[in-house]
Write a protein that binds this ligand. Structure first.
Ligand SMILES: C[S@@+](CC[C@H](N)C(=O)[O-])C[C@H]1O[C@@H](n2cnc3c(N)ncnc32)[C@H](O)[C@@H]1O
Length: 192
């Protein structure tokens, strides 16, 4: 099935959990990977893989299949991305358990968290759990990158994520507005 249709179906089934009507554009996906060079001792953990729009660009940076782990909650989307990227490791699971899922994978240390989770529409208690997981990776030295849509940038839950991160890791590196995405978005990066 076409990616846009697959994504739209997932959105209609669970609008708040998916958080967007379309996958990220090539422009946003490319910007999410700017300057990111993983290896097997500093792997990429992708949270909220969807139909793999970012994964296509992530794959180009990988020196081997042991440099990547993807976590996605939606069962149908997981079977879609497993079909598309048979060499990459995807776990059907909840980002609330990201640390344990990574440990179980036996892959190397997480050097980069590439996150597309829709914090703006997920319940606050879920966000808090995921923040705690991000913190565990950051404690070990890591780059965390996510994107926020321009129209939601000043919503309380979007501000809450930035505050959480700023209080611990300082002000984010924010990209210019990526207008070639529906909807337009910024990438935000923190490093430890
Ligand atoms: C906005 S979509 C992003 C998809 C894709 N990365 C992209 O940029 O096009 C968010 C994705 O996060 C997934 N998701 C939502 N909550 C999750 C959770 N707690 N754990 C893992 N994945 C989750 C959704 O199923 C959805 O595929």
């Amino acid at each position: 099935m076409n990616d846009n249709l697959e994504f739209l179906q997932a959105f209609l089934k669970n609008p708040l959990g998916v958080g967007s009507i379309a996958p990220s554009s090539p422009e946003l996906s490319q910007r999410m990977m700017d300057g990111i060079v993983p290896d097997k001792d500093s792997i990429i953990l992708e949270l909220g893989v969807g139909t793999g729009a970012l994964t296509k660009y992530i794959q180009k940076t990988l020196s081997g299949e042991d440099c990547y782990l993807g976590i996605e909650l939606d069962r149908k989307l997981v079977s879609c991305i497993r079909g598309k990227y048979p060499d990459l490791k995807f776990v059907r699971g909840d980002a609330c358990n990201a640390h344990a899922l990574h440990r179980r994978s036996k892959l190397g240390k997480v050097g980069f968290v590439i996150c597309s989770l829709p914090f703006v529409s997920l319940p606050n208690e879920v966000n808090q759990k995921i923040y705690g997981e991000i913190e565990k990776f950051m404690e070990q030295g890591c780059v965390f990158r996510t994107y926020q849509y321009a129209h939601g940038f000043y919503l309380p839950s979007a501000i809450k994520l930035r505050e959480f991160m700023r209080n611990r890791y300082g002000v984010s590196e924010r990209s210019s507005l990526i207008v070639k995405n529906v909807p337009p978005a910024y990438t935000l990066t923190w490093r430890t």
